[in-house]
Design a protein around this ligand. Structure first.
Ligand code: MG
Ligand code: MG
Length: 264
């Protein structure tokens, strides 16, 4: 069942998303070589709780942390650990916040210091594909239009679109219907309606698209161990143009000297 959200519910999701955007920015301040991913998790957890929210992921199906932190060939669902960030890594930070009963969900991938040109392009283009997907999230279109836009854009660069993980509805539950794949055919899938709130989250690989799950039962990495990127926004479907409820504004105030510029 797909829940359509009222204006009041959407404004609550926006409130949650505001805390989420600022939590991301607090984490962004700490992303540098030598910092452990566990330290980053604590920064996010503290910020969210200090602002009256709770971290959506912590305890979700037993997930142990506020952040999913996925380095290099890890695509998503990495655990915070004692791993120390290194120059040349790419790090995806995925976070969810629950506030006043409503969740928001967003992810951002950062280069640590200098990364290769091909990795920098992977990040820029994955972010761009997110916005191309969001452009399709309008009343009357279909879920397949979103995936088609993402897939056709990234595949022209020879990248892989992860099939095993998808975006989702967001609301009182972190994961609601419908599923929002990052691949698809135009005009197929559930119809998008004004008031649907969905997380769109392309997970794009530099090499082959196939992934495996590590023995910890969570961590997803590329089979060929090439890097992946992940960007995510929670958006509300509207007539004409989707509204993006989450924000990268605060992140990019922190990273503006090294930020990945894309036109949106
Ligand atoms: Mg997420
Ligand atoms: Mg999500």
């Amino acid at each position: 069942m797909i829940f359509l959200k009222s204006d009041e519910e959407i404004s609550l999701i926006k409130e949650s998303a505001e805390v989420l955007g600022k939590a991301h920015a607090e984490v962004a301040k700490w992303i540098k070589p030598g910092v452990t991913t566990k330290q980053l998790d604590k920064v996010a957890d503290d910020y969210i709780r200090d602002n009256h929210g709770s971290p959506s992921f912590k305890g979700y199906n037993g997930f142990p942390a506020a952040l999913c932190i996925s380095i290099n060939e890890t695509v998503v669902h990495g655990f915070p650990s004692q791993y120390q960030l290194r120059e040349g890594d790419v790090i995806s930070i995925d976070c969810g916040v629950k506030l006043k009963g409503f969740h928001s969900d967003s992810a951002y991938t950062y280069p640590i210091g200098n990364v290769s040109h091909e990795v920098e392009n992977l990040l820029k283009r994955t972010k761009q594909s997110l916005y191309l997907g969001i452009e399709q999230a309008t009343d009357g279109k279909r879920i397949g239009d979103i995936g088609y836009a993402i897939q056709t854009y990234v595949e022209r660069f020879g990248y892989g679109v992860v099939r095993e993980l998808v975006g989702h509805g967001v609301g009182r539950n972190l994961h609601e219907s419908p599923e929002v794949p990052n691949y698809g055919k135009r005009g197929q899938g559930p119809k998008l309606r004004e008031g649907m709130v969905i997380a769109i989250e392309p997970m794009i690989t530099l090499g082959k698209r196939s992934v495996v799950q590590e023995k910890d039962g969570w961590t997803i990495r590329t089979t060929d161990r090439k890097p992946a990127a992940h960007f995510e926004h929670t958006v509300v479907v509207q007539k004409g143009k989707a509204e993006i409820l989450t924000t990268f504004k605060y992140i990019e105030e922190v990273t503006k000297n090294t930020t990945l510029m894309v036109s949106v």
